[in-house]
Design a protein around this ligand. Structure first.
Ligand SMILES: Cc1ncc(COP(=O)(O)O)c(C=O)c1O
Length: 362
């Protein structure tokens, strides 16, 4: 049977998204040890207490479909960011919005540009649309090199992605750089700023693309509830975009694409600024402890504004398996020469410190 003939030819190039290892897989290697999953940039903490309450309350309504237009959530996001509800799109994770944007804009004549390494879905969604990818290197701090990225834009470029803080390096784009970049690009290019980790940022100079959002410029800002809000298992993210972009995505998305529990949890979490600030502080505290041990054992890393730290290793595969034997699951990026270590709980950081000490302080 020739199965290949059933499928669109570009699927031959696509390698499915590989999630970080799960606890059960690591437990087979680190027998009897506590396992700390630091491989998927998740929150080590449960959803916000207000979200847990709201979710529990809505369970008896699940015989009904969700609000297909996510009306209450859109209104609340719009109020928070001072945009119109019609400029909000809500997705089954920011990931779905990335896929829908690619589907809406790209075909075999298009190109996309982004820095590398970054979030793999920029490449995957372009490949599925049969578009070509232009990848440029990150800057020396692990942030998107916007000058290099602007130079990669050509007449066929339809989408340029900017990830800040960047996954997996944690570097950010600064406001002045971003403003210059936006003004340098032709209006034929859709700029998608992926800010899945923006709530962790403490640097006041982090670019705020909203300052340049006027509802007309081709600029989309994506955010996720999976990270600081601790809702990764529910799948919900949102985008701020000009109305025509929201309308295009609306044509492609599935009916009821965001489930009720996710909408209710996101709505409840959105305005709990004190819990958000507390979690940002806690993350920064654990991240600082990680820096300390990395400095002590002489490993180099990028300063991160997110909930993970990129560490350079000559042999990332070796470091990955040695950490896993000690119950610490991280994410290897062999081609890029490093590991991404998630910022976890106090106990997870302790386990990481002990594992690194065992490996490098013998
Ligand atoms: C940079 C970046 N963007 C988007 C996403 C997807 O977020 P979500 O869980 O909301 O789909 C991730 C998830 O890891 C990410 O790292």
């Amino acid at each position: 049977m020739n199965w290949r003939k059933f499928f669109i030819p570009q699927l031959e190039r696509v390698r499915p998204y590989e999630p970080g290892l799960r606890e059960e897989q690591a437990q087979q290697v680190a027998v009897g040890k506590p396992i700390y999953k630091l491989s998927s940039n998740e929150s080590p903490y449960p959803p916000f207490p207000v979200a847990l309450g709201a979710m529990t309350e809505c369970l008896t309504t699940l015989n009904r479909y969700s609000d297909g237009s996510a009306g209450a959530l859109k209104a609340s996001i719009a109020a928070k960011f001072n945009v119109k509800p019609e400029q909000i799109m809500v997705g089954n994770g920011a990931n779905e919005l990335l896929s829908l944007l690619a589907q809406s804009c790209l075909d075999e004549h298009s190109r996309v540009a982004y820095c590398s390494p970054s979030f793999v879905v920029y490449r995957l969604s372009a490949q599925i649309a049969n578009a070509a990818c232009d990848e440029v290197a990150l800057d020396a701090q692990g942030g998107f090199d916007l000058e290099a990225l602007a130079s990669a834009v050509g007449s066929h470029t339809k989408i340029v992605y900017v990830c800040s803080p960047n996954n997996p390096s944690g570097g950010i784009v600064r406001q002045r750089q971003f403003t210059r970049f936006i003004h340098a690009l032709p209006r034929s290019v859709l700029v998608v700023v992926d800010m899945a980790y923006a709530d962790f940022v403490q640097d006041p100079d982090h670019a705020d693309p909203l300052a340049l959002f006027d509802g007309n410029r081709p600029l989309v800002i994506l955010r996720s509830f999976s990270k600081i809000y601790g809702l990764a298992g529910l799948r919900i993210g949102f985008g701020i975009a000009p109305e025509p972009v929201v309308q295009a995505v609306d044509k492609l998305r599935e009916p009821f694409n965001v489930n009720t529990v996710a909408q209710v949890a996101a709505l409840a979490s959105l305005h709990d600024d004190s819990e958000l600030a507390r979690r940002r502080e806690t993350n920064a505290g654990q991240r600082a402890r990680l820096y300390k041990i990395l400095d002590r054992v002489g490993l180099t890393y990028f300063h991160s504004e997110a909930n993970f730290v990129w560490v350079h290793f000559d042999d990332p595969a070796w470091a990955f398996s040695e950490l896993m034997k000690r119950g610490v699951i991280v994410r290897p990026f062999p081609a890029a020469g490093g590991l991404r270590i998630g910022v976890g709980s106090h106990e997870a950081t302790l386990a990481t410190i002990e594992a690194l000490e065992a490996l490098f302080c013998r």
